[in-house]
Design a protein around this ligand. Structure first.
Ligand code: ADE
Length: 415
């Protein structure tokens, strides 16, 4: 078996941590039990480009139980949990190519190694695998799935230009994914990453959230819960209005730059925090990103504007400006929740990865009828995951009566 990981000796710790996540992923567990019996992915080669975490490990075990042959590489150079990579290789015989902190060249070499199994199906988080495949026109017989907002945006752009060479299921757009993973997952893990990196008190800080999509909503909500004065930055009038009515102060970034203590970018766009903002930030301002790519903070300009820099703590780099002000960049501007913390908790990844596993099964069954388009997760799969999650939490809900169903289906009845 081929692999490239940091240290196989880390496997013991990794295995225990994978078991902990597994214990918190009841929906994926049910799918794994069925997969083990039915083997719906028998002989299917799947190349996965995902954050190599304990939760991803549980997904890998589920796909393997279903009969898949796997190769896993990282979807971000800084998000790999090396002990998990070690355990997947040593304890579970899964090919992993990822090392936390790998450089740009190694990151892409690892992608190529995952693709070298000649996959039937791909599983992406950010669309790096699909974009590599498309550049070299590698044929993927079944299609692929995509985990995250940024990846879906890239893939929809490819579809629009008529460049997409195989079908994709946008796992991100399932309700059981974005409403929970993006909001509660990113919300909690982003704050977790900032706290683990800095050990700063959040209460009383001016906490600036750039972007009020599902991830921004989560980060703002949780920062507020910790007592921060949350300021939201938006370009979309609907989202800005929503932020105002959710009780947050909304203002242009030019104004927020002068008063913020902690800045988090979650927009999916480039250069959200840039030179003009670094020039007016307060001494000891903290800046970080929780969007998929490390493009939201203009780091080259930050470097140019500073007279010196040093690493002061793990994942904290201090930049000293020419006037002596210090700006602290966390996690090299990469996903702070995965760089300095452990990513989203297993309870939300349970639903995200249930969508991945069931979408892979769906593609295997239905690929002949799919076109080269970006598809939603079928609603019956999405709904079933919500039902299973509720059941696992012991929560029961009501059903419409026949009379209520009839009322909703009719237009004649008013009062
Ligand atoms: N993305 C965000 N959190 C994650 C996690 N814990 N595992 C895999 N992908 C993630």
């Amino acid at each position: 078996m081929n692999y490239d990981i940091k240290d196989a000796a880390l496997s013991k710790k990794g295995k225990l941590r994978i078991e902990w996540a597994d214990d918190n992923m009841p929906v994926l567990n049910l799918i794994r039990q069925r997969f083990a019996k039915e083997k719906p992915l028998k002989g299917t080669k799947i190349a996965c480009c995902l954050h190599v975490t304990t939760e991803t490990a549980v997904l890998m075990l589920t796909l393997k139980a279903g009969g898949a042959e796997l190769a896993l590489c990282a979807s971000n150079p800084l998000s790999t949990q090396d002990d998990v990579a070690a355990s997947l290789v040593k304890d579970y015989g899964i090919s992993v190519f990822s090392i936390k902190g790998e450089d740009h060249k190694t990151y892409y070499e690892h992608l190529e190694l995952a693709l070298s199994i000649k996959p039937d199906l791909t599983m992406d988080d950010g669309a790096d695998l699909v974009s590599t495949i498309h550049k070299k026109k590698q044929h993927i017989p079944l299609g692929g799935t995509e985990e995250t907002t940024t990846g879906v945006i890239r893939l929809r752009a490819m579809e629009l230009e008529g460049k997409l060479l195989h079908p994709i299921i946008a796992v991100n757009d399932a309700q059981t994914k974005f409403m929970f993973d993006n909001r509660y997952g990113t919300g909690q893990s982003t704050i977790d990453g900032i706290i683990r990196a800095t050990n700063k008190l959040i209460a009383g800080t001016n906490f600036v959230v750039c972007g009020y999509g599902w991830c921004g909503r989560g980060a703002a909500m949780r920062a507020k819960g910790l007592g921060a004065n949350v300021i939201v930055i938006e370009v979309d009038p609907f989202k800005a209005l929503e932020a105002v009515m959710d009780g947050f102060v909304v203002m242009p970034i030019a104004n927020a730059a002068k008063i913020g203590d902690i800045f988090v970018t979650v927009t999916g766009d480039i250069n959200v925090l840039r030179g003009e903002h670094f020039k007016v930030m307060k001494d000891k301002a903290i800046i970080c990103n929780s969007g998929h790519f490390n493009v939201e903070i203009d780091i080259p300009t930050l470097k140019k504007l500073s007279k010196k820099s040093r690493t002061t703590r793990d994942f904290v780099e201090e930049f000293v400006m020419s006037d002596g002000r210090r700006i602290y960049l966390l996690g090299e501007g990469r996903l702070i929740n995965l760089a300095a913390a452990e990513g989203h908790p297993a309870q939300v990844m349970d639903m995200s990865f249930a969508n991945q596993a069931l979408s892979a099964e769906y593609m295997k069954k239905n690929y002949r009828s799919l076109e080269n388009k970006v598809y939603k997760v079928p609603i019956d799969i999405d709904r079933r995951i919500a039902e299973l999650k509720l059941a696992s939490m012991g929560v029961k809900i009501d059903k419409l009566t026949e009379e209520q169903k009839k009322y909703l289906a009719s237009w004649e009845m008013g009062t």
